[in-house]
Design a protein around this ligand. Structure first.
Ligand SMILES: *Cc1c(COP(=O)(O)O)cnc(C)c1O
Length: 397
């Protein structure tokens, strides 16, 4: 255990961990079950193109999100692009900047313009009045994002989209198994998109899914993700290859089997971070609403530099030296990243304010309670001695 700032690895001490702790380290799957499914797939000789495991995976994701249709895809980015195509979006799509670059990239890749709007800094989700103010005659859709698995303002956005005749989609990459006012994420807007990338709570190595109650939209997406086949042969809409293969489905199903276990482990990690950091002034673990279903996959702390005397960036550097690979998700926010920064320079004060303060902490099934106690001990001392560390850093520079 560290006692003084001399013990910190940035000042020459020994790193606290021999093996690095990561954010988004893949959750542990049951190997026997995975290999059983892979063996079964090889025996079955149906490797892709809507195979039986992919169909089973789609059924289970649809059920989990309380919707009628699920189309699994090779990843969530292609799933977002399929939505843009299937809904024939044009012009501008309004979205928060506080998200992973895949959200705006998917729209831009198809020649549309992502229009970033500010967030409500209290919860990190999109500010509905800012969305409304961003609507122009070129706007065709709104993309909400359930940042860190916490639902954005789904009801207000549904009302706004209906009133203004816009399509409404959600990037739900973080929000599998979560709920808003008791209703499962997946059923809001015209459709929602999940990611099953290796870093997500349920993983299929790579994978995505579109869930919707709009049967016609689902049918269009299903054919568009298979070269357009199924829409009366090859047709004017064209198509792409966004298919989900059976090996990915085997992994996805096996990971889904353990999802309740992951959630329990993550909830325990979250509660431990909360109690260990409760007395640390200027550091707050961003809360999940205990009334809702949560997957607790992202544990994010907010660092108030005025109180701690140490900036988020210096705290992160200090943690990295200890081999605690905390991540500044999502900082810089998308509007401050290329290609958006130079194409359309804008200021989003609430987004920039929050982006400068947040730090995602290591969690998941590979991170133990003891690891978390040690991480929190480092954070506690780093904050108690925040001003000394900052001054010493300046001297060294
Ligand atoms: C991971 C992620 C994506 C992209 O998912 P892929 O399956 O890797 O394409 C999109 N949006 C958000 C918010 C994400 O975190």
């Amino acid at each position: 255990m560290k006692r003084d700032i001399e013990d910190f690895a940035i000042f020459g001490g020994r790193p606290a961990f021999l093996h690095p702790l990561y954010v988004g380290h893949p959750n542990i799957v049951d190997r026997d079950r995975l290999f059983d499914r892979l063996n079964w797939t090889l025996d079955n000789q149906w490797l892709t193109n809507g195979g039986p495991l992919a169909r089973e995976f789609e059924d289970r994701v649809a059920e989990l999100s309380g919707v009628r249709n699920c189309v699994a895809t090779c990843n969530a980015t292609v799933a977002l692009q399929l939505l843009v195509h299937a809904a024939e979006l044009t012009g501008e799509v309004i979205m928060p900047s506080m998200t992973f670059a895949a959200t705006p990239h998917s729209v831009r890749w198809l020649g549309l313009t992502p229009v970033f709007c500010d967030i409500d800094p209290r919860y990190g989700g999109v500010d509905v009045s800012a969305v409304e103010a961003s609507i122009t005659e070129r706007t065709s859709a709104i993309f909400g994002v359930h940042l860190w698995g916490r639902p954005c303002a789904v009801d207000e956005l549904e009302k706004l989209a209906a009133a203004r005749g816009l399509r409404l989609f959600f990037d739900a990459a973080h929000a599998l198994g979560c709920s808003s006012k008791g209703r499962p994420i997946g059923g809001f807007g015209d459709a929602e998109v999940f990611s099953f990338h290796a870093t997500k709570v349920v993983n299929a190595f790579e994978g995505g899914a579109i869930v919707t109650d709009d049967d016609e939209l689902a049918q269009r997406i299903r054919s568009l993700h298979n070269f357009g086949i199924g829409m009366e042969g090859f047709n004017a809409a064209g198509g792409t290859n966004g298919k989900f293969n059976e090996a990915a489905a085997a992994m996805g199903l096996t990971s889904l089997d353990s999802f309740p276990k992951y959630t329990r482990h993550n909830q325990g990690n979250y509660e431990l971070y909360r109690s260990e950091l409760a007395g640390v002034a200027g550091v707050r673990v961003i809360e999940f609403d205990p009334e809702e279903r949560n997957n607790y996959h992202y544990i994010v702390i907010e660092v108030d530099r005025e109180v701690t005397g140490i900036s988020r960036d210096l705290l992160m550097e200090l943690l990295h030296a200890e081999r605690v690979q905390a991540k500044p998700y999502f900082s810089p926010a998308c509007h401050e990243l290329e290609p958006y920064r130079s194409q359309r320079p804008i200021r989003l004060p609430h987004t920039e304010w929050l982006a400068a303060r947040v730090l995602a902490m290591p969690t998941g099934t590979t991170v133990s309670r003891e690891d978390i106690r040690r991480v929190c001990n480092i954070v506690r001392i780093a904050v108690e001695r925040g001003r000394d560390i900052t001054a010493r850093r300046r001297q060294d520079a």
